[in-house]
Ligand binder design. Sequence first.
Ligand code: TRP
Ligand code: ZN
Length: 475
Amino acid sequence: MRSPAARAATVTCSLALLATLGACSGAGVDGTPGADGVRDPYFPKLGNGGYDVTHYGLTLGYDPDSRHLTGTADITARATKNLSSFNLDLKGLDVSDITVEGKAARFQRAGHELRVRPADELDRGETFRATVRYAGTPETITDDDGSKEGWLPTDDGALALGEPTGSMAWFPGNHHPGDKASYDIEITVPKGLKAVSNGELTRESTKNGRTTFAWHSAEPMASYLATVAVGKYELKRSTTDDGMQVITAVDPARAKASKKVLDELPDILEWSEYNFGPYPFSSTGAIVDRAGHVGYALETQTRPTFPGDFNTGLLVHELAHQWFGDSVTPKSWRDMWLNEGFATYAEWLYEEDNDGDSAQETFDALYDGEYFEDDEDNEALWEFPPAKPTDAASISDSPVYERGGMVIHKIRQAVGDDTFYDIVQGWAKTYRHKNADTRDFTEYVEEHAGGDEARAKVRRIWGDWLYGDGKPDHR
Ligand code: TRP
Ligand code: ZN
């Protein structure tokens, strides 16, 4: 609904501005188009300006045989400026119609940009609902580093993975980590198959040979962490000692092999909470697919996805991401080391606490070039500083992961264990369900380092380890 003030503005516009500027056409007030990207330093066209999504309601249907997806995306958003039009990101698929506030909207596509022009302009601060109906065969996206994401067809269904850009292959949205929202994802699949997603299962019902699974995520989620897994999964529900739901979906071919590791999940969660603070979501679990479908794990929110083969270390890593990445989410893809450095360091800590190498030993092996089997890999660690990846293709390279972990270890060395764990937990608590960048992090650490001497020490770490080129000349 337009406010009376906005309607008055329309009058002003048509009388005064039309004559002088000729800028007021149609229903135009002072609204202008929303930006087609949020200028991410690595992916400038990801996301869109002018609005904030608060909720996605996705109603999907998928038929693995034809690879046909039908979708309705109900997007609730708040305009952050007066908008004559706004963009969504959607790659491939056919859009049949779009409504905004219940009225048919015009739209136009160019690449992955879907420009929507509502019948009535949107006022700054106004909450609006956009509904997009679409269908087609979703695309598998090949990233700059060669890995596959987006919509991945499997032998028995499909898997949707969205880091860093793949979610636009299966639903329209504001696909940048800076705009988090709650989700309801409903998927209908042929009877006999399961459809798994993030959050809690609120409904499962079968009608006319098709089963619908409805999933609810109340806590904010970045779109790259949304997932759908369709297939012959063994779906299991249990609860932790604290009463939290654990939902696992395991490909029957991997059920036996993955049981031992998956059984460790409750203990690893307890260990993580002890170290990082309260778990930030209302359910947990895992999706384990068959080997060969996907070559990596992903920290999909509440329900990380694993390739057929995985071990305790990887489970620790993806669960640590629930705090670092999923709850505290990077403001841009440049801040990726905040995800991967912490998740990698969590693996080292877990080893240290479970009779393995100490984090210091892991750090030393990396510094001494004895960590990786190949000398080339040991060298690659120093290719660029964690906070400044070379380009989009390098955001998942070892300077982001292992050298990122080394930054965290250096902080621990500088401030001591007690202060270190206070910082880790305080960081996770302060930025819980929010976005943060490297600046926020360094400021937080400096403020909580425990005095001028410690502050001076961590400042040197930023220069040498976080932003500095090449291998620091002392450990
Ligand atoms: N984030 C994943 C992990 O740590 C790895 C990963 C998957 C990734 N896809 C990516 C990293 C794309 C960067 C970009 O387990
Ligand atoms: Zn990771």
